[in-house]
Design a protein around this ligand. Structure first.
Ligand SMILES: Cc1ncc(COP(=O)(O)O)c(C=O)c1O
Length: 457
């Protein structure tokens, strides 16, 4: 049942107004507050400023309200506040997480030798993947990266990561944190549907390999700006030929590989060395819920740091804490497990399919409209468009999209985003929850058109 759009997407209050209202909440006193008073405060001062992700008009980001089964699991995890990473802190939580990772490897069609670990977010999953790739590069040179670090390389300036120009900025964070700097990221051009251009990639790699040590190629399965899926299988072949680690950033898109009619777009993902995924995007599970998968479970050995009191080398029980750096993590696997079990896979797939259908239907229609430019054919649940009124000056098109975006933001009835595709400023519509229908997307476009008519050239 869809909610009607007379509800604002959030209060619309300014940062100053929100801060003024919240001040009392952080006024820490000697005396405690009864829960009823606290509840009143939170309900009045905080919740109106939360964004309503379940409204059909929420079309800007990758957030979703919790699904019922997920909420059930999250409440149990919260009640018992179980830590994961180590058998001693929670045998049940550890075993559930381990089994969940194996089950996910199976449903995503990853190899029987693969493994996964839960992470705080996709950003950290990508970072860990790059770290493991660099570690493997060091092994090729015969040294232990964990011990020697970048100094072990004769010329660290040669180290490079190759990815799409549309790759997520978390890769920039990753190379910064690893001490390589952003100069080590080599962006590749994309084709008209915003997927890595495989022919140009082949040429670039051929040249780059003469001067650079490419230790990782990152393919994106669902880019953040346009939802495009890079051609994974041909990239697998290129990586195989050059012996480079392939990481697939599926933080946003991997979930859609479960939808049978989309599966083909993901072919080859099972051959990637590592894959990241964020169930907290479209699965309706509480934030944070992210995973990193590796094709060979022993790849995670590169992450292990043993302690004397914790993560001990002679522990015989499973120890997820050796697969990533945090020594405390929440039991996020539980809400994912209860969500999938409560709905059943058929409903999960239906939920994933709904926004994809909405975006495709809207794109097909908009492709017939003279005043709307559909900037790419959508692979998943994102659509970038430009409103182009008749005889509108080309040089002001960017400003027009920003004007529309600002007007929509100010109205608070819907939430969309703007982004850049190369030099073009475009409106970016996201369908992440099943409540975003093609009608809701079309309503946004009609609003945008109306606003475009009010723009003063
Ligand atoms: C493709 C892609 N990779 C990585 C990330 C980062 O994920 P997180 O926000 O969980 O850190 C995002 C976030 O939107 C993304 O779209």
């Amino acid at each position: 049942m869809q909610k009607k759009n007379n509800i604002p997407i959030y209060s619309g209050a300014s940062p100053e107004q929100i801060a003024a209202g919240l001040k009392t909440l952080v006024d820490f006193q000697d005396e405690g507050l009864p829960l009823e008073d606290l509840s009143k405060l939170v309900n009045e001062r905080l919740i109106p400023h939360f964004v309503q992700y379940d409204l059909p008009e929420f079309q800007s980001m990758f957030n979703a309200f919790p699904e019922k089964g997920a909420e059930f699991g999250a409440n149990i995890a919260l009640k018992y506040n179980q830590g994961v990473t180590n058998w001693q802190v929670s045998p049940g939580a550890v075993m559930l997480e381990e089994l969940c990772c194996k089950a996910l490897c199976r449903i995503f069609g990853l190899s029987t030798d693969s493994d996964g670990t839960f992470m705080y977010c996709g950003t950290y999953a990508n970072q860990e993947a790059l770290y493991m790739a660099l570690h493997r590069k060091a092994e090729e040179y015969g040294f232990d990266f964990a011990e020697k670090g970048l100094q072990g390389f004769a010329d660290p300036d040669r180290l490079a990561v190759v990815t799409s120009c549309d790759a997520h900025f978390s890769l920039k964070h990753a190379v910064r944190m690893m001490g390589l700097g952003e100069k080590s990221l080599v962006p590749l051009p994309v084709d008209k549907n915003r997927r890595i251009d495989i022919r140009r990639m082949e040429e670039t790699l051929h040249e780059l390999l003469k001067t650079k040590d490419i230790f990782c190629i990152v393919a994106t399965a669902g880019t953040t700006s346009a939802g495009s899926i890079d051609p994974i299988l041909p990239i697998v072949e290129l990586c195989g030929r050059s012996g480079v680690w392939l990481h697939v950033d599926g933080a946003y898109g991997l979930a859609y590989s479960l939808v049978p009619e989309c599966k083909k777009l993901f072919s080859g993902v099972e051959h990637a060395d590592s894959v990241s995924w964020d169930p907290h995007k479209q699965f309706g599970v509480p934030i944070p819920s992210s995973l990193l998968f590796v094709r060979r479970r022993e790849d995670f050995n590169r992450m292990a740091v043993y302690g004397d009191y914790f993560n001990r080398k002679d522990d015989i029980e499973p120890n997820p804490g050796l697969k990533s750096s945090p020594s405390t993590r929440p039991l996020t696997a539980l809400s994912l497990v209860t969500s999938i079990r409560y709905q059943g896979m058929a409903k999960v797939i239906e939920r994933l399919r709904a926004p994809l259908t909405a975006v495709k239907t809207a794109a097909d229609y908009l492709n017939t409209q003279a005043d709307v430019e559909v900037c790419h054919q959508p692979d998943t649940g994102l659509l970038c468009i430009r409103i182009i009124p008749e005889e509108f000056p080309e040089e002001q098109l960017g400003q027009l999209q920003i004007y529309i975006y600002n007007r929509i933001k100010k109205e608070r009835k819907r939430s969309i985003s703007v982004t850049k595709l190369d030099d073009k400023t475009v409106l970016r519509l996201v369908a992440i929850s099943p409540s975003v229908t093609s009608e809701a997307l079309m309503e946004t476009v009609s609003n945008a058109r109306k606003m475009a008519g009010e723009y003063q050239v």
